[in-house]
Design a protein around this ligand. Structure first.
Ligand SMILES: NC(=O)c1ccc[n+]([C@@H]2O[C@H](COP(=O)([O-])OP(=O)(O)OC[C@H]3O[C@@H](n4cnc5c(N)ncnc54)[C@H](O)[C@@H]3O)[C@@H](O)[C@H]2O)c1
Length: 464
């Protein structure tokens, strides 16, 4: 099939790469030329520096004959003449703090697409084409897209909701072996087109291939993210807090008790300083906005969102409250700017809020290191008198008064080896429990430790 992807972000690029690998002829369009140049470069490092996703660069290079990246809309127009489907992979961020999704990127792209669809085959619009919402959108979005296309005079088309469930950091492996494909359509014809698009998965015994209404597909996506977000919030705000409150209640042991109950499951039962990323917060807020607009009570949805904020604030406040740590004039090292390991995505990352907090507290210096996500972070917080960037964690932590571990990069687990030989003993703030295997030993040699899911550990005075 001939497939077009509008938007070369995490979703557009990863889905397009998997489609090319499935044998389709794929064109990816984006308005960001730098992104297009890097993704289409055929160069491993350039692709990685743009979208850090395990397996993505390999897949793009391996399928380079079947996937093209373009910034030129003329190419899109000529591809549309005999195109089978267009995937809309545009951002849908929250508008300020309202919960409402900003659909302007989507509509701008859809309006431009409509103009081109009308011109297909010299205006004859002979070939049936399906427009697919991959972006996470409000529940009734398919109708709005249909309305827009009809108004523009587009004929011979269908609109389908096909939400994306990829997990950043595992986007490629997850998309090559998805647990489910959800297709929401209003006509049999559209379901049939989608079965060919997803033939690789439609006939797979390991993939749940679900055909539902477009509204069910869109609602299912928002609700899935809310249920996951809810699980994280319960873990942070109740499970973790309980372990922070009582002595001899080790988070890892409580976790084992909980996760060995199959009804509870293991996902989300990791204590952390914050649940960031581009989806969980935004999608729960969108759900809240849509339910509220329909006159429903949204106390629980709102509380889950607040619990996440509370978690980060509680963690940061513990430094003054429990360790008597005065931030003013201190050198603080921030380890990790990505919202989680294995990605360079910093959207809604705890580290953004932490830097703002530290600037407000008027710290003397903030040393920052991340193995993959410094590029976008530097654009947000350029290097200055106060903000300094480092190439590795060992140099970054030297001579600091506090270390905040914000991202669960596996290499930070080895930090204890550096800490053991460090002259000065900074306050350790472990927002990921990544050093939990060493808290006792680090305390013995004089480190004060504040970790999510543990009471304050005051380091032994000896060696301080
Ligand atoms: N990132 C995820 O993990 C994830 C998972 C599931 C669903 N989603 C949803 O998928 C959608 C896309 O998310 P993403 O993370 O890929 O976003 P992204 O910001 O990484 O990518 C979006 C891309 O769209 C491009 N763009 C904006 N306007 C355009 C236009 N008019 N024409 C062409 N391109 C345009 C941007 O330049 C950008 O490259 C969102 O609705 C998101 O909620 C994301």
């Amino acid at each position: 099939m001939k497939l077009i992807y509008i938007g070369a972000g995490f979703v557009g690029t990863c889905s397009a790469a998997v489609a090319a690998d499935s044998g389709h002829d794929v064109l990816v369009y984006d308005i960001d030329q730098t992104k297009i140049d890097k993704l289409g470069s055929g160069d491993y490092n350039q692709i990685q520096s743009c979208l850090f996703e395990e397996g993505l660069a390999d897949l793009l290079i391996r399928n380079k004959e079947r996937i093209k990246f373009t910034f030129d809309y003329n190419l899109v127009e000529s591809f549309l003449n005999d195109g089978d489907a267009v995937f809309m992979c545009l951002p849908t961020p929250e508008i300020a703090e309202t919960g409402e999704s900003n659909l302007s990127y989507y509509f701008t792209a859809a309006e431009k697409l409509a103009e081109s669809l009308v011109k297909r085959n010299q205006g004859k619009q002979e070939k049936y084409i399906v427009i697919i919402n991959k972006s996470t959108v409000p529940v009734d979005m398919v109708n709005k897209t249909e309305e827009l296309l009809n108004k523009a005079g587009v004929n011979n088309f269908g609109v389908v909701s096909n939400p994306e469930f990829l997990v950043e950091g595992k986007a490629i492996s997850g998309s090559l072996k998805p647990d489910r494909i959800v297709v929401g359509a209003n006509s049999q014809k559209d379901f049939e087109v989608m079965r060919v698009v997803y033939q690789r998965f439609f006939s797979s015994p390991t993939v749940e291939y679900l055909e539902v209404s477009p509204e069910e597909a869109a609602a299912g996506k928002l609700l899935a993210n809310f249920v996951l977000f809810n699980k994280l919030a319960v873990c942070f705000d109740v499970v973790g807090r309980t372990c922070e409150t009582f002595d001899n209640v080790k988070f890892e042991n409580v976790r084992k008790i909980l996760t060995s109950d199959k009804r509870i499951g293991s996902w989300g039962l990791y204590d952390s300083l914050y649940a960031g990323g581009s989806c969980l917060i935004k999608d729960s807020r969108s759900l809240l906005h849509q339910l509220k607009s329909a006159g429903q009570k949204v106390d629980l949805v709102d509380e889950i969102y607040s619990a996440n904020h509370r978690q980060l604030q509680t963690f940061l406040d513990r430094a003054e409250k429990e360790a008597n740590f005065n931030w003013g004039d201190k050198v603080v090292t921030l380890l990790g700017t990505a919202f989680k390991r294995d990605t360079n995505d910093i959207r809604n990352s705890a580290s953004i809020k932490i830097v703002k907090f530290l600037l407000e507290k008027k710290v003397k210096q903030i040393n920052i290191f991340d193995p993959a996500a410094l590029g976008w972070f530097k654009e947000l917080f350029p290097e200055s008198e106060v903000i300094k960037y480092y190439d590795n964690e060992t140099v970054a932590i030297d001579k600091s008064d506090a270390i905040i571990i914000a991202t669960d990069w596996p290499q930070f687990r080895e930090l204890d080896k550096v800490l053991v030989v460090l002259g000065k003993k900074p306050l350790i703030m472990d927002g990921r429990r990544i050093l939990s295997h060493q808290y006792k030993e680090l305390g013995e040699i004089g480190y004060d430790i504040i970790a999510v899911g543990s009471p304050f550990l005051e380091g032994k005075k000896v060696g301080k």
